[in-house]
Design a protein around this ligand. Structure first.
Ligand code: MN
Length: 206
């Protein structure tokens, strides 16, 4: 089945990127964004649509598929593809051109209450991104009224543990290898300095 046919019969669509694929350059090149969005993110959508076709999951919304398959070994492939669709959409929104800098006041106060300083929060995010062995994600989350930094492996995400994600950094190699090769820390620092979307994180505080 070709991609066009798959898209035509599929319930899940690839969400549009919130900016052009060259918007994050030079921190993240159009080449990286093109592959990451056009091949990886699209691939998860195509895979999920094939996996759920004709099953009890076929008519369920994405979040429902994720909650019903989380932690079930025999549904891991469905969970992984569904969660990766959600994670990537969240990641695109966690970045913006001319990001970084200072968070909105309400978020900044929350960050300072939880970490002491914005720099301490950024350092924890970078440390989590580096400590994630292999593929995964670093997240700033709201957990019982407090902000925390957590990391997750592969497609795992904080909601499964009852935590509300505010912002994320993709640390799968496909997120940075074309631009930074093995230098994950350079990618993470560049994202935190120049792309991280604190406005989006503040909106997610609710
Ligand atoms: Mn990715």
């Amino acid at each position: 089945m070709n991609k066009d046919n798959t898209a035509a019969v599929s319930p899940h669509a690839l969400p549009p990127l919130p900016y052009p694929d060259n918007a994050l350059a030079p921190v993240i090149s159009a080449n990286t964004l093109g592959f990451h969005y056009g091949k990886h993110h699209r691939g998860y959508v195509d895979n999920l649509n094939k996996l759920v076709a004709g099953t009890a999951f076929a008519d369920l919304p994405l979040l429902k598929i994720m909650s019903e398959t989380a932690g079930k070994a025999d549904k891991a492939t469905i969970f992984n593809n569904a969660a990766q669709i959600w994670n990537h959409t969240f990641y695109w929104n966690s970045l913006r051109a001319a990001g970084g800098g200072q968070p909105p006041a309400r978020l900044k106060e929350k960050i300072e209450a939880s970490f002491g300083t914005l720099d301490a929060c950024r350092e924890e995010l970078a440390a989590a991104a580096m400590a994630q062995f292999g593929s995964g994600w670093a997240w700033l989350v709201l957990d019982g009224g407090t902000l925390k930094v957590v990391k997750t492996a592969n497609a795992e995400l904080p909601m499964t543990a009852g935590r509300k994600p505010l912002v994320t950094i993709d640390v799968w190699e496909h997120a940075y290898y074309l631009d930074y090769q093995n230098r994950r820390l350079d990618y993470v620092h560049a994202v935190l300095d120049k792309l991280i979307n604190w406005d989006f994180a503040a909106e997610n505080l609710g």
